[in-house]
Design a protein around this ligand. Structure first.
Ligand SMILES: [Zn+2]
Ligand SMILES: [Zn+2]
Length: 136
């Protein structure tokens, strides 16, 4: 009989573990869905924001490469520090500037970031919103 009790206890224990795991999984999924819904609700002109919103993940390399690059020290109004690697820009260094918010980062840093994220590391604004910004 005692063996049975141990087996039942073990089963209950594993069931609990399983439930906890499921619970955190469900929470994760819920949070993800919630974020997606919020983003979709907040997005204006959602029909044209296909590139930025697809999958809620990163941005295509082709699109990343099309983002503007400035050379630091040429009078551009860019924060002096790359928040991804936390090092200061050096004059002559290439800085990728996000068109919507104007935040700048090292090209290599932000490219790696954008492959898996669709938003600015500093202000979390989407990198692309609707049609690509036209230069004035
Ligand atoms: Zn950097
Ligand atoms: Zn930003």
């Amino acid at each position: 009989f005692e063996t049975n009790v141990v087996i039942i206890l073990a089963a209950v224990f594993f069931a609990l573990l399983f439930a906890i795991g499921l619970n955190s999984l469900a929470r994760c999924a819920l949070r993800y869905v919630g974020r997606g819904a919020t983003a979709a609700a907040a997005g204006e002109g959602g029909a044209t924001a296909r590139g930025a919103c697809r999958g809620g993940g990163g941005i295509k390399r082709r699109v990343i490469r099309s983002l503007p690059v400035e050379v630091y020290g040429s009078g551009e109004d860019i924060d002096g520090v790359c928040v991804i690697c936390l090092s200061e820009f050096v004059d002559g260094e290439k800085v990728r500037v996000l068109p919507l918010c104007g935040h700048g980062f090292h090209v290599r840093c932000v490219d790696a970031w954008l492959v898996s994220h669709g938003s600015c590391p500093t202000c979390r604004r989407p990198v692309l919103e609707g049609a690509p910004a036209k230069s004035e």
